[in-house]
Design a protein around this ligand. Structure first.
Ligand code: COA
Length: 212
C-alpha cells in the first residue's frame, strides 16, 4: 500500500465507476436502462449538431426521440448507436408532411443507408393520415434518391404542394442565402393526386415546424 492513500472499498469503487459513467447509483435498473436509451439519442444530437447542416430545432434528442415514438422517424442502428435517420415532420398545412433530416453517420456513408432509412420513412408515411409529403433539398444525390423512389419535382409549384405547407420554406427559398436558391422541391401524394384537404390530422403530440 502507498503511504497516504486509503484503498477504496468495493462499494466506493462502484460509486466511482458509476460516477464516471454518469449513472446515479440510486437509480433503479429500469431508470438505468432509460438513461442508456436517452444517451443514444443525446449522442445522435451531438453528431447532428457537429454535422452543422441540419436545422438545430430538429436535432434535439427529445424531439427526435418523440418523433420516433410517434412513428415518424426511421432509424438504423449499429452496436447500439444510431447511425442513420430520416424524419417526417408536420408542416403548417394540416394534411401535408415534410420528409427531412436525412442523415448518415460519416463513417457509414456510401453503403446504402440513406436509401434504407428513406424507404423506411416512406413506409411510415403511408401509415400516417394526410394528403401528401414534400421534401426540399439542394443535394443532387438526395434529389436522385427521391426521384428514384417515385417522388415528383414540382419546381415550387403551389398547385402541387399547398402554399401553406411550404410558406416558410418558400420564403427562405426566395429570400435566403446563396445556396437556398438551389433548393429543389419534391412532392409525394399520399391519398389524392392534388388533394389539398383541409381535414385536420389527428393530434400527433408535439408539433415541430421548421425549416431546413
Ligand atoms: C446525404 C447523405 C444522407 C447520403 O448518405 P449515404 O449513406 O452516403 O447515401 P447512400 O449510400 O444510401 O446513397 C444514396 C445514393 O446517393 C449516392 N451518393 C451518396 N453520397 C454521395 C455523394 N457524396 N456524391 C454522389 N452520390 C452520392 C449513392 O451512390 C446512392 O445512389 P444509388 O442509390 O444510385 O447507389 C449523407 O451524405 C449525409 O448524411 N449528409 C449530411 C446530411 C445531409 O446533408 N442530409 C441531406 C439533407 S437534404
Amino acid at each position: 500500500m502507498i503511504d497516504g492513500i486509503v484503498p477504496l472499498t468495493r462499494e466506493k469503487k462502484q460509486l466511482f465507476y458509476q460516477h464516471d459513467l454518469g449513472i446515479n447509483p440510486r437509480m433503479t435498473k429500469r431508470e438505468k436502462g432509460g438513461k442508456k436509451e436517452m444517451d443514444k439519442w443525446l449522442e445522435l444530437e451531438r453528431q447532428l449538431r457537429h454535422e452543422g447542416t441540419l436545422l438545430p430545432e430538429r436535432t434535439r434528442a427529445e424531439i427526435l426521440r418523440s418523433a420516433f415514438a410517434a412513428g415518424r422517424l426511421a432509424v438504423e442502428e449499429r452496436d447500439n448507436y444510431i447511425v442513420a435517420i430520416a424524419a417526417i415532420w408536420p408542416s403548417p398545412h394540416p394534411a401535408w408532411w415534410e420528409v427531412g433530416t436525412i442523415w448518415v453517420h460519416p463513417n457509414f456513408r456510401r453503403r446504402g443507408l440513406a436509401n434504407a432509412v428513406f424507404s423506411d420513412a416512406l413506409s411510415k408515411l403511408h401509415c400516417l393520415p394526410g394528403d401528401g409529403a414534400f421534401l426540399i433539398t439542394y443535394k443532387p444525390h438526395v434529389a436522385d434518391m427521391v426521384l428514384a423512389a417515385g417522388w415528383t419535382e414540382v419546381f415550387w409549384d403551389i398547385s402541387k404542394v399547398p402554399e401553406e405547407a411550404i410558406q416558410h420554406r418558400r420564403y427562405r427559398h426566395t429570400a435566403g442565402a446563396a445556396n437556398v436558391k438551389e433548393r429543389r422541391l419534391f412532392c409525394y401524394p399520399l391519398r389524392a393526386e392534388r388533394g389539398h384537404s383541409t381535414e385536420p390530422r389527428p393530434s400527433i403530440g408535439e408539433q415541430q415546424i421548421g425549416v431546413e
